[in-house]
Each structure stands twice: as structure tokens, then as C-alpha cells.
Design a protein around this ligand. Structure first.
Ligand code: TXA
Ligand code: MG
Length: 325
């Protein structure tokens, strides 16, 4: 795409631009928008395919769980289970640059890929009028990692997003420069002690004043915590998982990929019969959940090509199998 065609993706903030951006989100598109911290790469949090497109655009070699953005605490309450500390933090810091990690509510329809298969979700209510207006217009939760390619610096102007993700993004809402400029602090309130998983725009001191002493993420490697990356096999299903499946073992379920699928398994789900990695990513966690059934003795996963989103899929499967990533 030539440069002027890409430039035309930048839409200055207006009521019309917000409605257009919300419509794109609801149709499964990728929309970059400003928050008070950095620009986010937004997608419909309910839509596995749109979430897979976010991971593809960022070209990350792994699935990091994404932050779900909502316009207010009422919308947050519908998605996760609040506790006293969360109530206090929401009162004190929302809208604003604090992200809370809490257990998913029963029946929560947020994509399992967005949460990278975890039973918790990270939520935030951004304190930026344009972000707020977009979230209200979209009428659904929006995942939004920082709108840059993996490894690049976080974007604080619309032009940064264009330079990093111009090809991948459908539309960029331009709200000028982000006033805070560093990402939100990520606070895990899903366990017994509050843990600051990512230092950010709200200081640890300010958070401690509300929730009390913070536990150190480092000390948690042996504990049953939910911080991705700390535990090698965090994403493991209940059943044993083995990789590179070719021949079935008794009672085993198959997580297949592509058109050439071995038979003889007790059950089989195909990540993508057409061999499409984006479709496979969209299905990965939902299918792992489905196959993780006590009717089976284990799950065997077929090999996925080690390219593009395939690398992230293989990383997760290796972790789920308890192997080194
Ligand atoms: O300021 C921000 O937070 C920006 C703007 C766009 O809102 N967003 C952002 O999102 O930085 P992202 O996806 O790049 O960062 C997500 C962070 C990661 O460190 C991830 O590991 C953590 O949140 N996270 C998300 N879900 C989690 C979960 N269920 N448990 C633990 N950590 C989680
Ligand atoms: Mg980032």
C-alpha cells in the first residue's frame, strides 16, 4: 500500500470518526485508538478471529494475555469476579492507568485467546475521553495491547502507530499525543496477596496505600500464581498433553491441524482444516478446553508450522505439555 493510502487510515477525532471506528470494531476489524497511557490496537474481545488478528499484527512469538478495556466499573463487573481490594482500587484509580487481574466470571464470553487460556482477565477503564467514547459506542469489551509490533517501542502518537502497524490496522483514531506515555500498572488481585505484575503509570506506593503491602512477583515461582511466563507449564490442561502426534494411544483425543489428519483417536478437533494459522490461533484455547475432558486419557497435538502465528501456537503447546518453550 502506498504512503498516502496508509495516511488516509488516520482519522482525526470527531463524533463521526468515533462511530466509524466502533462499527469497524464490531465488524471484526482492528482499530488503533489513544488512551491516556499509549495507543492501543483494539479488537472485539468477544471475537476469537479479531483477537487472533491482533496477535498476528503484533508478530509476537508468544500469546501474552491482553488487557480488556471497558468504559466503566459496571461493564467490568459483568466480566470478572470483584473482591474488596478490587472495589477499593476501582474507586480510587478508575478511570485511569491501573489494570486489575481478577478471576473470570462464570459465563464470561471474552475470547479465551484474549486471556491466553488463563482463568483470570486483566481489565482496565481508560481515563481518556476519546477511548471512553469509543468503548461506549462499541458497546462491548475491547482488547488493546500497545499498538506496536513486538519489540518496537510503545506508540504515543498516531504517526507512531502508522509507522509500526500501518499495513495491519484498519483505522487509527487520532487523539494527539498520549498524556501519560507509559503503560498502565498491572495489579493481580486474583490471589491471597496483591501482586504488581507490571510497574507502570500508577506507582507501587499509591497502590499500596489502597491494598496494603504488595507481594513480590519473584517470590511466586513456587506458588499457585497466575502470572504468565513465571510458570513454565502454566497453560497446562488437566489431561497430559503430548506434541507431534502421529499415532493414537488408547483413549487419546487429537488436536489436529491441516487436511492430513491421522485417525483412530477417541475424539478429534481440527485447529484449521485448511492449515490457516490465524484460524488455528483463534481456535487454540477453546479447543484445548473442549478436549480437556475426563472421558479421554490424554491429548495429542499435531505439529503446527514454526512460522508467524505458528510460533506462538507451538510456544503455548510446549508450555501446556510442560516442556521448555
Ligand atoms: O497502558 C496499557 O495498559 C496499554 C493501553 C493500550 O491500555 N495496554 C497494554 O496492553 O499495555 P498489553 O496487552 O500490551 O499488556 C498486557 C499486560 C502484559 O504484561 C500481560 O502479561 C498482562 O497485562 N496480563 C494480561 N492479562 C493477564 C492475566 N490474566 N494475568 C496476568 N497478567 C496479565
Ligand atoms: Mg506493549
Amino acid at each position: 500500500m502506498d504512503q498516502s493510502a496508509q495516511r488516509s487510515k488516520i482519522h482525526p477525532a470527531s463524533a463521526e470518526a468515533i462511530l466509524g471506528a466502533a462499527a469497524r470494531l464490531c465488524a471484526g476489524g482492528l482499530v488503533a485508538f489513544p488512551t491516556e497511557t499509549v495507543y492501543g490496537l483494539g479488537a472485539d474481545a468477544y471475537d476469537d478471529d479479531a483477537v487472533a488478528a491482533v496477535f498476528a499484527a503484533k508478530a509476537r512469538p508468544e500469546f501474552n494475555p491482553l488487557i480488556v478495556h471497558v468504559p466503566g466499573i459496571a461493564e467490568a463487573r459483568a466480566l470478572v469476579r470483584f473482591n474488596d481490594r478490587a472495589e477499593a482500587c476501582a474507586r480510587e484509580f478508575w478511570p485511569g492507568p491501573l489494570t486489575l487481574v481478577l478471576p473470570r466470571a462464570q459465563g464470561c464470553k471474552v475470547s479465551h485467546l484474549a486471556g491466553a487460556g488463563l482463568d483470570t482477565l486483566a481489565l482496565r477503564v481508560p481515563g481518556h475521553t476519546l477511548a471512553h467514547a469509543l468503548l461506549c459506542a462499541a458497546g462491548r469489551p475491547i482488547v488493546a495491547p500497545s499498538a506496536n509490533r513486538s519489540g518496537a517501542i510503545s506508540p504515543t502518537e498516531a504517526g507512531h502507530v502508522l509507522a509500526s502497524l500501518g499495513e495491519a490496522v484498519d483505522l487509527i483514531l487520532d487523539g494527539g499525543r498520549c498524556p501519560v506515555g507509559i503503560e498502565s500498572s498491572v495489579l493481580d488481585l486474583s490471589g491471597d496477596a496483591p501482586v504488581l505484575l507490571r510497574p507502570g503509570a500508577v506507582s507501587g506506593e499509591a497502590i499500596e496505600a489502597v491494598v496494603g503491602k504488595l507481594a513480590q512477583p519473584d517470590s511466586l515461582e513456587t506458588g499457585p500464581r497466575r502470572s504468565p511466563g513465571l510458570l513454565q507449564n502454566h497453560y497446562a490442561p488437566g489431561l497430559p498433553l503430548r506434541l507431534g502426534a502421529e499415532n493414537p494411544r488408547a483413549g487419546e483425543a487429537l488436536l489436529a491441524f491441516g487436511h492430513d489428519v491421522p485417525d483412530g483417536f477417541a475424539a478429534s478437533l481440527n485447529l484449521s482444516p485448511a492449515g490457516d494459522l490465524r484460524e488455528a490461533a483463534a481456535n487454540l484455547f477453546a479447543m484445548l478446553h473442549q478436549l480437556d475432558d475426563s472421558a479421554h486419557t490424554g491429548i495429542a497435538a499435531m505439529a503446527v508450522p514454526e512460522e508467524g502465528l505458528g510460533r506462538a501456537i507451538n510456544d503455548r503447546l510446549r508450555r501446556a505439555a510442560g516442556a521448555k518453550p
